[in-house]
Design a protein around this ligand. Sequence first.
Ligand SMILES: C[S@@+](CC[C@H](N)C(=O)[O-])C[C@H]1O[C@@H](n2cnc3c(N)ncnc32)[C@H](O)[C@@H]1O
Length: 446
Amino acid sequence: MNAPHAVAAVEAAVRARTGLVLEGTRRDDLESAVREVLHDAAPEQWAETLRTDTQLFDRVVAAITIGETYFFRDPDHFAYLRDEFLPALRAREPGRTVEAWSAGCSTGEEAYSLAILFDQAATPVHVLATDISRTAIAKAKAAVYGRWSLRGDAARLVGEALRPASHADTFAVIPRIKERVRFAHLNLVEGDLGARLPARGMDVILCRNVLIYLEPQAIRRVARRLFDALADGGVLITGPSDPLLGEAAPFVCDYTPSGVRYTKGPHKTTVAAPALPEFIDAAPPPPPLPPQVPAPVEPPVEPPVLLQDETAELTALRAQANSDATGAVQAAAAAAKLHPKSREIPFLEAILLMNLGRLAEAEVVLRRLIYLDPSLAVAHFALGNLRLRSGDLAGARRAFKAAGQAASALPADEVLALSDGETAGQMVTAAARLTGDDKTARGAAQ
Ligand SMILES: C[S@@+](CC[C@H](N)C(=O)[O-])C[C@H]1O[C@@H](n2cnc3c(N)ncnc32)[C@H](O)[C@@H]1O
């Protein structure tokens, strides 16, 4: 067997066991890694040697994985955990120790960021951190980092949790934070968490910038395993460039400019009364009823009480939506007639319709809204998400593109109408990612 064939055989073996797809120069990296690790073996022995020797296999995998990471990467994710997820969890179960998992933790910055975040929030936490690379895990356990791991806003966000270490320009994680994190070697595709999985499951899983490197079948498998590992009400957060997982398991998906949040089970992860997420709170549509089952009779809906003031109207609608979504839809439709200039009321109506799985009606409302005001980037974005759910990928792409165009007409730091504080710049990035126009976002993840 010549070297190209031997490399191809090793690549196939690596892909089968880890899901890792190696493109372009990363194939060359694989060959270099194999030559280094199996220095005296003939190419025709490579695949077999790696199949039977787990340690050598792990060393090759460690050499080809991309471990780029830093503290508090994607700060929005941590802000969400601190400001929304944690208060909701505390309200549900006061005093509970949070179970968190950094899946694909690389050299540990993400796992320690979780421990720091919950420490700063005075909340007990167990952080499990796993990676397929034993080299990365060893570095993570050492918990000593250079300035590059603290780039961006990280140096500020870590606070007092890192202290200057003995080597010049390095910083060590303080013991109180270190002891909250347990590291373990784990291949997400085929490894078993076993006893490390807490009995009730994980409250928080970060699996960011890991799945982007895996083949579709492995992505689905890992998504399903992560879903199974979540506690009821637990949340999985992926990275902004990661593949969408909504089809792989029955998650409730929240599409946000900084990536998708996937929740398991009935509990909402936000506490705000209207529970309106950043763009969409898209519960999976209910399964179709078998033909012999008569359509359920909807309970009679009280005639809506209309308020003159639009803000008061919205507050009332949101409060009603928490307990009676169907009634709130009716009330919103009536209120939209009373407030024909309102953008928020029909948008809320569309979101509620989507949450109820009434996608065709939601599309009509959104399109009417966009007709009235084509500059509403958030409405275009919601339409894109709606079409994604309907399986209309081309239509979704058009809507995301329109969202990006509408947002790019605004100053990057302008907060978008109908948003929960997202800026035009964030929208441009999110739209580019979803339309596949953003080559730099993928590059940045590496
Ligand atoms: C780019 S790093 C991401 C680190 C961190 N999650 C972040 O977002 O900053 C990707 C990590 O995924 C790990 N990884 C890749 N395939 C994996 C697999 N099949 N099982 C577990 N970890 C894997 C790599 O070893 C690498 O450390």
